[in-house]
Ligand binder design. Structure first.
Ligand SMILES: Cc1cc2nc3c(=O)[nH]c(=O)nc-3n(C[C@H](O)[C@H](O)[C@H](O)COP(=O)(O)OP(=O)(O)OC[C@H]3O[C@@H](n4cnc5c(N)ncnc54)[C@H](O)[C@@H]3O)c2cc1C
Length: 477
């Protein structure tokens, strides 16, 4: 494969200017992984375009030489999606961070792909609107990364994932061509090419601009914290609450390991003697909210809650959400490294999968914490390990694979929101037949016939599908 030579660097420099290129090995170290830290591989060059025109020009230059590239937003991905495997050039959208138009009458916003997720809501909240997909990384992750991963978050239960909120996209194809997909109207005809790009994990080119739907802020909230003796009881309560006919905006669970880490870090008053807690948020018109909150508290008590507490005011609600959204950060106190898994099971299988996770934790002799979107059946087992111990790394990888296999056996999925990346590419044949994978490859080829955009991600190589045992590991194991 071609790589980056002096002549090309000069050409790229002319397009981007000196502050648009990083090529020193020490500086490139920053870009050697995302939140999936088990694998590392730095690019040869990092390119930072400021506009679609610049991005198109650099992709055209790379295309002429057949050079592969990897798109990157904020690098908060948890499946190794922006690992620079077989792609010498990394293209980061962090300088494409402008909100271009806000249209309240049509409830939409147009933003460049490097805009940070939370900045969209910040730009519209004074008028009572918000952007619904809110990953727990929303203070850092970008709209482009969200689109690539089809991200969700705590409020997915009520609002759905990113794909439910994207109307139109501007995409630069790997040969530099700029295409517009979708449109401002809510309903479209023809094949859903926006839907094909959302969740493609950067294998269809680089998203440069998106038209997103805005939602009206609900009139009010009620946020409850329910404590349970163990995770089993808490997850049974989840199914009972949904079965009662009430769909909360969010239904999040943290187990004991996570409660302790969060409490040590943020001191929010979580019950340290609980085996698990649920954060349950209801929202809507003020009229009726209290009755719904009472009903949910009653159901949680019936399911075996040891206590149920209503956040007294906005400050307490914000504190609970801070605890939940920063839980991953708090886990850093527990071990030198951790791998966050992302699987899905039908909601009623939550007690079963948690027992599997506890068993895997014992057998692999690794601590595993659980903090997840329980209402969606979307799990995030956090496997703690130390990368200086090769055997622990190996066990962490194997333990994660065993959990994902169990998710699939229960009728679930390999990912709810973090994507396949390199982390789970080896597990794709567990869910998809060789024919399924071939069709996915053919669809990818419509956008990227030479497989130069984010190579080695999502779809295992044809012919190797069934044999792929595990993706390339960069740490010594
Ligand atoms: C603490 C923490 C909490 C998290 N919580 C959640 C959560 O609740 N829900 C959730 O869904 N995720 C969560 N994540 C995962 C992660 O934040 C999301 O996957 C996010 O969407 C990644 O955005 P990013 O800008 O960091 O993308 P990156 O990590 O930079 O890239 C992710 C993928 O998108 C591709 N990509 C990036 N930009 C573009 C573009 N413009 N065009 C095409 N492809 C592109 C990359 O090639 C890569 O494959 C969490 C991560 C962390 C660290």
């Amino acid at each position: 494969m071609s790589t980056i030579d002096r002549k090309l660097l000069d050409e790229l420099g002319e397009i981007l200017g000196a502050d648009g290129i990083v090529s020193r090995a020490t500086e490139l170290k920053v870009y050697e992984c995302d939140g999936w830290t088990i694998e590392k591989s730095a690019p040869d060059v990092l390119l930072l375009p400021r506009s679609t025109a610049q991005l198109s020009a650099i992709l055209t230059a790379l295309h002429r030489r057949g050079i592969a590239f990897v798109p990157r937003g904020a690098g908060t991905g948890l499946s190794g999606g922006c690992l620079s495997l077989n792609a010498p050039a990394m293209i980061c959208t962090s300088k494409m961070n402008r909100i271009l138009e806000i249209d309240f009458a049509n409830r939409r916003v147009e933003a460049e792909s490097g805009v940070v997720n939370l900045h969209v809501t910040n730009a519209v909240k004074s008028k009572g609107y918000f952007y619904a997909p809110d990953p727990s990384s929303q203070v850092a992750c970008t709209i482009g990364g969200n689109i690539a991963e089809n991200s969700g978050g705590p409020h997915t239960l009520k609002y759905g994932v990113t794909t439910n909120h994207v109307l139109a996209l501007e995409v630069v194809l790997p040969d530099g061509e700029v295409v517009e997909l979708g449109g401002p109207a809510e309903e479209r005809c023809g094949y859903d090419l926006v839907g094909a790009v959302v969740g493609a994990e950067g294998t269809a080119g680089i998203v440069t601009r998106a038209t997103l739907k805005l939602m009206r802020e609900p009139e009010n909230h009620r946020t409850l914290l329910a404590a349970f003796p163990d995770a089993d009881t808490a997850t049974r309560a989840v199914s009972m609450i949904i079965a009662s006919g009430i769909v909360p905006a969010a239904l999040e669970m943290m187990d004991q390991l996570i409660i302790r880490a969060v409490e040590e870090a943020f001191n929010v008053g979580l019950p340290l003697d609980a085996g698990a807690v649920l954060i349950i948020e209801l929202e809507g018109l003020e009229a009726g909210l209290t009755a719904y909150a009472d009903e949910v508290a009653k159901t949680a008590n019936l399911a075996g809650a040891s206590s149920v507490r209503l956040a007294r005011d906005e400050a307490e609600r914000a504190l609970l959400w801070k605890a939940r959204k920063r839980a991953f950060g708090a886990v850093g106190r527990l071990a030198p490294n951790y791998a966050t898994q992302d699987g899905v099971v039908p909601r009623t299988c939550l007690p079963r999968i948690l027992r599997v996770i506890a068993d895997v934790s014992r057998r692999y002799d690794l601590r595993i914490g659980n903090v997840f979107h329980a209402g969606d059946g979307n799990l995030h087992p956090i496997i703690l390990y130390d990368e200086r111990e090769p055997d622990q790394v190996r066990r962490a990888i194997d333990a994660g694979r065993e959990i994902l296999k169990a998710c699939i056996e229960m009728g679930g999925s390999l990912t709810g929101e973090h994507g396949i990346g390199v982390e789970k590419i080896g597990e794709m044949p567990l869910m998809f037949s060789p024919d399924d994978l071939r069709v996915m490859t053919e669809l990818r080829h419509v956008f990227d016939p030479m497989e130069r955009s984010n190579p080695g991600k999502v779809i295992p190589q044809p012919g190797a599908c069934v044999e792929v045992a595990a993706p390339r590991r960069q740490v010594p194991i």
